[in-house]
Design a protein around this ligand. Structure first.
Ligand SMILES: [Fe+2]
Length: 293
């Protein structure tokens, strides 16, 4: 196994990029972008590149580092035939981005991001049944016409259809085709474990770790008690804080058990990095390198 490389998520925010760009030369091996953050609507209602498309390419060229894609709106779990034209337009735009960014691999969040022809803010969990796995599998194979290595990320769902511990088997089913992979987000895993009251190790013990191509590390926070009438709080995958120690421990234990792991990506959301956070991000990137050594 060659040592996995270290990635960082580029976000469409000038202040974020300005603060962090100096770190990216030294501490990062590749960049991850959400292709959709580089689009805007053109005059005829089609997706065209926005200013961040140019800016991300500039950073890639200046640092001479490659890209991976982590999409947010493939919505592989949407079966509504009325969504088909949007899916095709999405894939056409992804192909245009791939021509510019040469994504080493491309993933999206497992779930449905479009229901009844409306975009939902967070991916909705899927029924973990063979017919649903087949739908996602077909979309992945279709996407391989654009990028040969594709995959899904284990998402955070605040509403779950079924038992969370059945998810690894569902993933194995939908990732049966060659060169379809899992992006294992350990903070998402930790968040789901906290919110369902289960053990993340039990989920991982059921996982086919040979499918893991990339690991995500990030942080989050608890929801406000006043959000729900009963005062219950949930952990959020908000990517706005340092990586929690529990997630570091999962990473330290599990990365070696993923024989096809190519990259470990640190994620931070736009709007969550100020001057005081730069040292934290740098320390986290250094710590990832240390663990992988
Ligand atoms: Fe993630």
């Amino acid at each position: 196994m060659t040592s996995p490389r270290i990635g960082f998520s580029l976000q469409p925010e000038a202040a974020f990029l300005g603060l962090l760009e100096p770190l990216l030369h030294e501490h990062v091996d590749y960049f991850e972008i959400a292709p959709e953050t580089t689009w805007r609507l053109g005059a005829a209602g089609e997706w065209v590149p926005n200013g961040f498309h140019r800016e991300f390419l500039r950073i890639g060229a200046a640092t001479r580092k490659p890209f991976v894609g982590h999409a947010v709106h493939g919505s592989f779990g949407t079966v509504d035939p009325r969504d088909r034209p949007r899916q095709q337009e999405w894939q056409r735009r992804i192909a245009a981005d791939h021509a510019a960014f040469a994504f080493e691999w491309l993933t999206d969040h497992l779930g449905a991001a479009v229901l009844d022809q409306r975009a939902v803010a967070l991916p909705i969990g899927l029924p973990m049944v063979p017919a649903m796995a087949a739908v996602v599998r077909e979309r992945l194979v279709e996407l391989q016409q654009v990028v040969p290595d594709v995959g899904v990320e284990n998402s955070v769902f605040y509403f779950l259809l079924g038992d969370w511990l059945d998810e690894p088997a569902f993933l194995a089913d939908l990732l049966r085709a060659k060169r379809t992979h899992l992006l294992l987000d350990l903070h998402n895993l930790f968040t789901m474990a906290q919110n369902t009251g289960q053990d993340p190790e039990a989920w991982l013990a059921r996982l086919d770790t040979s499918r893991v191509i990339e690991i995500h590390l990030s942080g989050g926070e608890m929801s406000q008690p006043q959000w729900l009438p009963n005062g219950r709080t949930l952990r959020l995958d908000s990517h706005d804080h340092a990586v929690p120690e529990e997630v570091w421990r999962l990473f330290e234990r599990w990365w070696r058990k993923c024989p096809n792991l190519r990259g470990v990506t640190l994620e931070r959301m736009e709007g969550t990095v100020g001057p005081d956070d730069v040292a934290t991000v740098r320390d986290e990137l250094v710590r990832i390198r240390k663990v992988l050594r």
